[in-house]
Ligand binder design. Structure first.
Ligand SMILES: C[S@@+](CC[C@H](N)C(=O)[O-])C[C@H]1O[C@@H](n2cnc3c(N)ncnc32)[C@H](O)[C@@H]1O
Length: 236
């Protein structure tokens, strides 16, 4: 018999109670802010005006909301994530901190359309099969800027490896991909954005082991050229 629940079945994010508990603690403000979130929020703050919308693509449980709130960044925050259990965590906790539950939605990046002033995407695309389709969606959505933090380095590498940190008895593989820095920058530029490579403050240009595999964390900050912003406005 065929079923349609393959996404959730194979999604590592649905099979780790440790991750779910960690994300719940982040939502409750019980964990130190992620360095990557602090850096992303600072990059965002430098290019945001009050009230603009921010889409957090692959938001986990939406705790980046705290990074905005703590800095008094007045944003219309939306978080989307493909893992329903992680969105449930955020929806049950973050309303206490001022985020309406409906601002967190179960969505896959590939299925998104529409617009947001700014998009952040942190530690997501490196663990899915490839970047072209989701990154295209995000670039089309971002009216002003996209702040991306992924495993980027000279020379792409694609791996599909065992995740040994899942719940007992769960045997799943995950993509650990490192995309070619210049290739991704050129892709971003081809959609009418500048592409600035920013050293990740946590990793400092060195590989960091995550679930036992190196990741080359790098920020790529994309600002849409003003002439393209107007063109986009005209299409609405
Ligand atoms: C490492 S977590 C990062 C969460 C958060 N961005 C952070 O910085 O902590 C990766 C997240 O991406 C989500 N994800 C994976 N593939 C996705 C997709 N195609 N569309 C939306 N979310 C996805 C996972 O469910 C997971 O919550």
């Amino acid at each position: 018999m065929i079923s349609a629940d393959g996404w959730q079945h194979y999604c590592i994010w649905e099979h780790s109670s440790d991750v779910r508990d960690l994300y719940a603690r982040r939502c409750r403000g019980e964990e130190e802010e992620m360095t990557a979130h602090a850096q992303a929020a600072e990059l965002l703050e430098a290019r945001m005006r009050d009230g603009e919308s921010v889409l957090d693509a692959g938001c986990g449980s939406g705790y980046f909301w705290h990074s905005l709130r703590r800095r008094h960044i007045s944003a219309e925050y939306w978080g989307v994530d493909a893992a329903p259990s992680l969105i449930d965590v955020g929806r049950s906790i973050l309303p206490e901190f001022g985020l309406p539950a409906e601002r967190l939605q179960v969505r896959r990046i590939e299925d998104l359309d529409g617009e947001a002033d700014h998009v952040v995407c942190i530690n997501v695309l490196s663990n899915i099969d490839n970047y072209h389709r989701p990154l295209e969606r995000l670039l089309r959505i971002a009216r002003c800027s996209l702040i991306l933090r992924e495993s980027l380095k000279p020379g792409a590498e694609y791996h599909y490896v065992k995740d040994r940190f899942l719940d007992p008895g769960v045997d799943l593989n995950v993509h650990v991909n490192h995309y070619d820095l210049q290739e991704v920058a050129a892709f971003v530029q081809s959609y009418g954005f500048s592409a600035e490579i920013v050293t990740d403050r946590r990793a400092g240009g060195e590989p960091e082991q995550v679930i036992g595999y190196p990741h080359y964390w790098t920020f790529l900050v994309a600002d849409r050229a003003p002439m393209h912003r107007e063109a986009k406005g005209g299409e609405q």
